[in-house]
Design a protein around this ligand. Sequence first.
Ligand SMILES: *[C@@H]1O[C@H](CO)[C@@H](O)[C@H](O)[C@H]1NC(C)=O
Ligand SMILES: *[C@@H]1O[C@H](CO)[C@@H](O)[C@H](O)[C@H]1NC(C)=O
Ligand SMILES: *[C@@H]1O[C@H](CO)[C@@H](O)[C@H](O)[C@H]1NC(C)=O
Ligand SMILES: *[C@@H]1O[C@H](CO)[C@@H](O)[C@H](O)[C@H]1NC(C)=O
Length: 518
Amino acid sequence: MFAFINLIVLISGVNGARILGIIPSPCYSHQAAFHQLWRELSLRGHQVTTITTHPLCDPTLTNLTEIDPTQFFENGTDLNVPRIVMATQVNIALGFREYFEQMADIMDKQFSCPPVKRLIDDPDAKFDLVMGEYFFGGVFAFAKRFGCPSIGIISLDGLSYQYTQAGSLSHSTSFPDYLVATGEPLTFSERVLSFLYALGIDLYVRQYNEIMQQRVVDKHFGRNYASVYEIFRNISSLFLNANSILHQIRPLVPGIIHLRGEFHRSPSKPLPKDLQAILDSAYNGIIYFSFGSNVKFEYLPPKLIEALSGTFAELPYTVLWKHELGFVRNKSDNVIVSKWLPQQDILRHPNIKLFITQGGLQSMDEAIYEHVPMIGIPFFGDQPYNVKKMVSKGFGLELDHRNLEKEELKATILEVINNPKYRNTIKELAELAQDQPMTGIEKAVWWTEYVIRHKGAKHLRSPLLDIPWYQYLLLDVIGVLVLSTLVIVCLVYFLIRKLVRFVKSRFLKKSVFREKKD
Ligand SMILES: *[C@@H]1O[C@H](CO)[C@@H](O)[C@H](O)[C@H]1NC(C)=O
Ligand SMILES: *[C@@H]1O[C@H](CO)[C@@H](O)[C@H](O)[C@H]1NC(C)=O
Ligand SMILES: *[C@@H]1O[C@H](CO)[C@@H](O)[C@H](O)[C@H]1NC(C)=O
Ligand SMILES: *[C@@H]1O[C@H](CO)[C@@H](O)[C@H](O)[C@H]1NC(C)=O
């Protein structure tokens, strides 16, 4: 017992470090993924400052200071999501390009708002650790500014190039990216696609993003301040929201930490009274329907909305519909529409039967750990992949929003609710994923404090980061071996030819001589 207490004291031996967290993406899901982490770190006595577009605004967290840059701009700093969706439909590289381009503009705005500018310019500002969204090199310029180590964090699994950037191996056939992989194992055409995709992302998307980010760094920190390429590779650790249910099993260097999908779940809170009453009295069961925060019903074709609301009208269940406008025309009485619903607490309710989702990672995580089967209607980003996994692992079914018919929707809903195999599968998978020595949030806190205690993790730096690309691809080794083999083969060939000629000439001479004699 005493040993145990000592251990706890030892482990929590970093007191009151100053942590700067920067998440530039103005998307609720990218931000909310880390709310529990900021909360937990501040409760442990660290002084946490975050630059965030979606602050927690919890006055009891006295050690948490939140800077919200959006309030300094008349029209906020939102992403133009429809444009990203449109570009993605052409191809994925253009989708990324659009996202990274918009983000560079947004970060330029965020970095020029007064409180962030003060952080950049004030010589008295000091931090012991910078944690930043690992899509954007610009945030790690702050680590150089404060001469402190940094940790990359992402609310999704990493892309292959991000694993490489953090020192891990990537391989397009064995560990394909989550945005291309569908089959297990990959078919030949999928392997070709995966290879071309990895090449395109690395040579085009990554480099393009680095150029955009370099401009932001040059503008706000000064020219030649830091190379974005370098600072991406200088992180001490990388936290990814990956789990064994939805993501590829991969080789990891010790600094890359897979937080499990439940790490961002908040502790359960009592539901609002009226909602609690609705859920408790829904004896036939509840369907929870949400397309998350990025897909807006406003922009969806009316035909799709009609199919949805027409189907719901024919069901014996209560449907809770999260809709950004808070109302749906001509809805039936069993449908309750609201602008905002406490998703996690609704999914925890025993009467919940089904979750209809766009396939966002965190929504799916939340449903998985509450053992709620799903129907996925994906739109863009990682959603199609997440939904494919849902179907192939057997805890849900997929529908296509482009040609959704009432009959099909109704049949799919009834299948997922009435066939127990979906709920049984999800329960089994969730229990497997949860059987680990630490929860995701404990892991994140432990590694954060580890990096603070040791002022970085140089001793864990992957050797991969310090060898040139031609050595990584073994080009020099293969080149020399091929060359020397060629030389040997040529030598042997010439020697044999010489020998043959020599023997032939001797033999011929002899025989000519003999002929003459005869
Ligand atoms: C704030 O940090 C101090 C130590 O710096 C700690 O004692 C206190 O409990 C923390 N308070 C909250 C509300 O997190
Ligand atoms: C904000 O939006 C309004 C209306 O969309 C527009 O008239 C105005 O110029 C915008 N302001 C800025 C600073 O972009
Ligand atoms: C790399 O990280 C170290 C701390 O781990 C920091 O002192 C240094 O300034 C960083 N270098 C760059 C180029 O960001
Ligand atoms: C309203 O709903 C009813 C029955 O559900 C349907 O017959 C009618 O066409 C709908 N009207 C509109 C305008 O969608």
